[in-house]
Structures are given as structure tokens and as C-alpha cells.
Design a protein around this ligand. Structure first.
Ligand code: B1M
Length: 210
């Protein structure tokens, strides 16, 4: 088994110490940190995401895999920054105004990070203008909106309207959350919908690579 494959498996299984040591060993061999991200960490997160989608693993397994990846990124991030290597895409993410649920949003965030997106997380209860300001400031390629309450679905619609009316109107918008559907996405004029954190990665890539 290659060391990259070993690292992918360690991340998938959420073995944070093993993941960190394998990352360190690859760095000691002079392997480019970006190659470690792309050939070790990303496939590990993709594998756990696929299993989550198929109900083979659940939220806790996703969280421990993300924690293992985070442990590796502590070693890799300073080296990537030093080399001027930035994630290919930047996404702004937040839970819409009035809504305090963030567990699903955080999972989406972790999966996108695992796919090498740079994430600007605005947290919960985010007013629409804040998405616009962050998208402008970070020159984002994608805005991700999460809502968990039927009562905050209108806030998602407002966020889409405010973004569309702003100078960031061209930006793709991905939406999700338990009460959200493809129909609602179409109705409010968002660009993509994803039912879970794993498929959010494919949906996000589809939107930014359009
Ligand atoms: Co709240 N809550 N809650 N709650 N809460 C729900 C959502 C609810 C269904 C419970 C119920 O009544 N059965 C209900 C909503 C009913 C409705 O609107 N139809 C509800 C309610 C009513 C409320 C309050 C109003 C309760 C009250 O105070 N009377 C209140 C509202 C507060 C507010 O937001 N203003 C409230 C508060 C809370 C807590 C603070 C206690 C806590 C949140 C803690 C936190 O998030 N930090 C909480 C919790 C934990 C829940 C439940 C139990 C779990 C939600 C969760 O985290 N699920 C929930 C009931 C349930 O779902 N069983 C409930 C796990 C998470 C991984 O799933 O968030 O769906 P989910 O995310 C998924 C997908 O939806 C998707 O991917 C994720 C992973 O696969 N996804 C996206 C999410 N965002 C996405 C974005 C994307 C793509 C995919 O692209 C951008």
C-alpha cells in the first residue's frame, strides 16, 4: 500500500495521530504539501463522504475524519501559505438570518475543505448583506447557504435576492438544509441544491467549474 493510500485510510477512519505521523513522514521525504493534500487527505475525506451518502457511516464518523484531516492541515497549512499555494476556489458559507443550527453547515464546510476549497465561515444567523460583503472581500467563487427551519426558509430567499441585486449577482449559490429541496432552490433562483454534506462537494464543484 502506498503511503498516500495509508494516509487516506487513516483520515477516513478518523485516526488523527496516525494521520499526522504519516503526513509528517511524507513531508520528511520532501513531498510537496499540496500533493499530500490532493493524494492523501482529499481521497480520505471523499471516501468517508461517499459512505455517509450511502448511510454506511454517520455524523460522528464524519466529524472524526474531519478532525484527523484538521490535524494534518496544522502541519501543512503554514507550508502551503509559505509557498503561496492557495486553495483553487473560495466559498463563503453561513446559516441564514434567524437560524442558529450549524452542525450540518459545519459538516458541509468540512467536506468542502476536504475537497481543497478555501472556506470563509460566517457562522449562524447571518444577515444577507454579510454574504455580499464577504464574497466581495474574499473574491469568492461560491456562496453556500444553510437553513434548518421552515421559518427561516424566507431568509434564504432574501439572501439570494440580496446577493443577486448586489455587485456579486453573478456568483453561484448553493443551498441546503433539512427543509430545503431542489424545488425550493429553483423557486428562489439559487443555482444548486444538495441534500447532504457529501453530495455538496460534487454540487459545489459543478457550480464553480461551469
Ligand atoms: Co432545532 N429544530 N430548533 N435545535 N433542531 C430542528 C431542525 C427540528 C426539525 C426539530 C423538531 O421539531 N423535530 C425543528 C424544525 C422544525 C421545522 O422548522 N420544520 C427545530 C426547531 C423547531 C428549533 C427551535 C425553534 C426550537 C425552539 O426553540 N422552540 C430552535 C430554533 C433556534 C434558531 O435556530 N433560531 C431550535 C434550536 C436548536 C438547538 C440550538 C437546541 C440545536 C442546534 C445546535 C446547533 O446546530 N449548534 C437544535 C438541534 C440540534 C436540532 C436537531 C435535533 C438536529 C439538527 C442537526 O444538527 N442535525 C433538529 C431535529 C433533527 O434534525 N432531528 C432540529 C444533524 C445535521 C448533520 O443535519 O443540519 O440537516 P442537518 O444537515 C445535513 C443536511 O441538511 C445538509 O447536510 C447536512 C449533513 O448531511 N445540509 C446542507 C445542511 N446545510 C446544508 C447546506 C448545503 C448543502 C447541504 O449547501 C450550502
Amino acid at each position: 500500500m502506498s503511503q498516500f493510500h495509508e494516509l487516506s485510510i487513516a483520515v477516513e477512519k478518523g485516526k488523527k495521530n496516525e494521520s499526522r505521523e504519516l503526513t509528517r513522514a511524507l513531508l520528511d521525504q520532501g513531498i510537496n504539501p499540496l500533493v499530500i493534500v490532493e493524494s492523501g487527505l482529499v481521497p480520505g475525506m471523499a471516501a468517508v463522504g461517499e459512505k455517509f451518502k450511502n448511510n454506511e457511516v454517520f455524523v460522528p464518523e464524519m466529524l472524526i475524519a474531519a478532525r484527523a484531516m484538521k490535524e494534518c492541515m496544522i502541519l501543512l497549512e503554514p507550508l502551503l501559505a509559505e509557498a503561496g499555494i492557495k486553495p483553487k476556489y473560495t466559498a463563503i458559507i453561513g446559516t441564514v438570518a434567524g437560524d442558529l443550527h450549524d452542525i450540518g453547515k459545519n459538516l458541509v464546510s468540512m467536506m468542502l475543505k476536504g475537497a481543497n476549497f478555501g472556506i470563509v465561515d460566517l457562522g449562524t444567523n447571518v444577515p444577507p448583506e454579510k454574504f455580499v460583503i464577504a464574497a466581495r472581500e474574499h473574491q469568492a467563487q461560491l456562496v453556500c447557504l444553510s437553513a434548518l427551519l421552515t421559518t427561516t426558509m424566507p431568509a434564504m430567499r432574501t439572501a439570494v435576492e440580496v446577493l443577486r441585486a448586489s455587485d456579486q449577482g453573478h456568483l453561484p449559490i448553493l443551498v441546503g438544509g433539512a427543509p430545503i429541496s431542489q424545488e425550493y432552490c429553483d423557486e428562489i433562483g439559487a443555482d444548486g441544491y444538495s441534500p447532504d454534506a457529501a453530495s455538496a462537494v460534487q454540487a459545489a464543484l459543478k457550480l464553480v467549474e461551469k
